[in-house]
Design a binder for this molecule. Structure first.
Ligand code: GLV
Ligand code: MN
Ligand code: MN
Length: 430
């Protein structure tokens, strides 16, 4: 009996996988990319901007045209459901539709649209599933407009986080809460649902955003986990003064002090190169930002990541020492904005995803999948706290992402969606 059930689940998963339509997916990606589309091929669609709201409406219309039930929660996460035969917890897939200030057409969007393609494939195969299959577009994964990232998925998993997020402001002093209320008001026709719903599992399909799969010549990666990450803000206060009249030895130059700290941090990162620590000093705000005034205040952000959490903890100690040592050159304040330990996906999910990727690769006469660790963070990082979770990667050409030129071969995008269809359907039939 159990054997027959397993065999039926496998057959249904295969039917879904075999009905994925690569051309339909390619067109869907191009259509979504037109919201915030740039002449260089990139996309500018930061979270909860007017452009993002238009893209969300496009997704709602698309999902409804496929027969999905659409719902939204208090963090404006959008859910598209293909009803199952039971009211058992759903199987969820999807990713995010927001981009970096200048991003590509695939980061996040691919996972959402491939999820909708899975639903379309199930419809075309005319196969029912025991559990509902849901696709989500999480709010503010990127964290570039409102930090930290993954606000939608982390609030879904732990709704108490939302109150703190609402107070976060963007560069124009617009509060996340205000932007969120606008997004919710723009969807009066979409029923509200509670955060933190029980789920049978979550599978996120994403571009790798790094070079590993391309170098290996392999189209699919089974993601074993996500490396640890910490974000900081450094604020340096000096005294703004005349650039021509103020002798060098009496200046309190916030930029000179910041540059000194930056040098020390890059030197520390170079020492830790063997541990593959990655350091980025990303957002610099200089005040008054004038050619002939000594900077009176500088603020910059630090993004540091490593697969080894101990190495990151050591870097944190060194960072605090460096800030302490350089404090004499200007007042310095260090604030940790965000920190996550490494994520490890459950073994049974790796087995399922491996089976899904192996079948898709085999049928296309391509090399079998390999196991990889994610260098980027993803919504799956929070979902892993909540339900069995997995990720599938496809290669990024040149390892490039967070860049307008981000690209993946169409045949690889198709294989990723096929693997997703199999994994999600297998879970939805159990
Ligand atoms: C997500 O975009 C990340 O910064 O890893
Ligand atoms: Mn992403
Ligand atoms: Mn991203």
């Amino acid at each position: 009996m159990e054997h027959t059930k397993q065999e039926l689940a496998r057959q249904t998963a295969q039917a879904a996988q075999d009905h994925v339509d690569g051309e339909r997916l390619r067109l869907a990606i191009a259509e979504l990319a037109s919201f915030g589309g740039r002449s260089d091929g990139g996309v500018s669609r930061e979270t909860l901007t007017d452009t993002d709201l238009k893209a969300r409406r496009h997704l709602v219309d698309r999902a409804r045209s496929m027969g999905c039930v659409v719902e939204i929660d208090d963090c404006a996460n959008l859910f598209f459901r293909r009803a199952g035969q039971s009211d058992l917890p759903s199987v969820l897939t999807g990713s995010h539709a927001d981009t970096q200030p200048v991003g590509g057409k695939l980061d996040g969007a691919y996972g959402v649209l491939a999820g909708l393609e899975v639903i379309q494939a199930l419809n075309d195969a005319a196969v029912p599933t025991l559990r509902s299959v849901e696709v989500v577009a999480w709010t503010n994964e990127e964290g570039s407009r409102f930090g930290p990232g993954c606000m939608g998925s982390s609030a879904f998993v732990e709704p108490a986080r939302l109150a703190g997020y609402r107070a976060v402001v963007d560069g124009n002093q617009v509060a996340f809460g205000e932007a969120l209320d606008r997004a919710l008001e723009a969807m009066p026709d979409v029923p509200r649902r509670a955060l933190r719903q029980p789920l049978a599992g979550f599978v996120e399909l994403h571009i790798e955003q790094g070079p590993v799969l391309e170098h290996a010549g392999v189209p699919l990666g089974v993601v074993t986990g996500i490396q640890s990450v910490r974000w900081y803000r450094v604020q340096v206060t000096g005294v703004a003064a005349h650039a021509g009249t103020t002798p060098m030895e009496v200046r309190a130059d916030a930029m000179a002090a910041s540059v000194e700290v930056a040098h020390c941090l890059y030197a520390e990162a170079a020492k830790l190169a063997a541990s593959q620590l990655r350091l980025t000093l990303g957002r610099w705000v200089v005040s008054p930002n004038s050619i002939n005034t000594i900077p009176g205040a500088v603020e910059f952000t630090i993004d540091v990541r490593c697969v080894d959490e101990q190495v990151l903890a050591g870097f944190d100690r060194t960072l605090r020492d460096i800030i302490g040592t350089n404090a004499g050159r200007g007042r310095m304040a260090l604030e940790c904005l965000f920190e996550r330990p490494p994520t490890r996906f459950a073994q049974e999910m790796l087995t399922l995803v491996e089976e899904a990727c192996t079948r898709a690769s085999h049928l296309a006469c391509r090399p079998p999948p390999i196991r990889v660790t994610s260098g980027a963070f993803h919504d799956a990082m929070y979902l892993a706290e909540h339900c069995p979770t997995a990720m599938i990667f496809v290669p990024s050409q040149g390892g490039l992402s967070h860049n307008a030129a981000e690209e993946t071969a169409h045949e690889d995008l198709l294989l990723g969606a096929q693997a997703l269809a199999y994994a999600v359907t297998r879970m939805a039939c159990a």
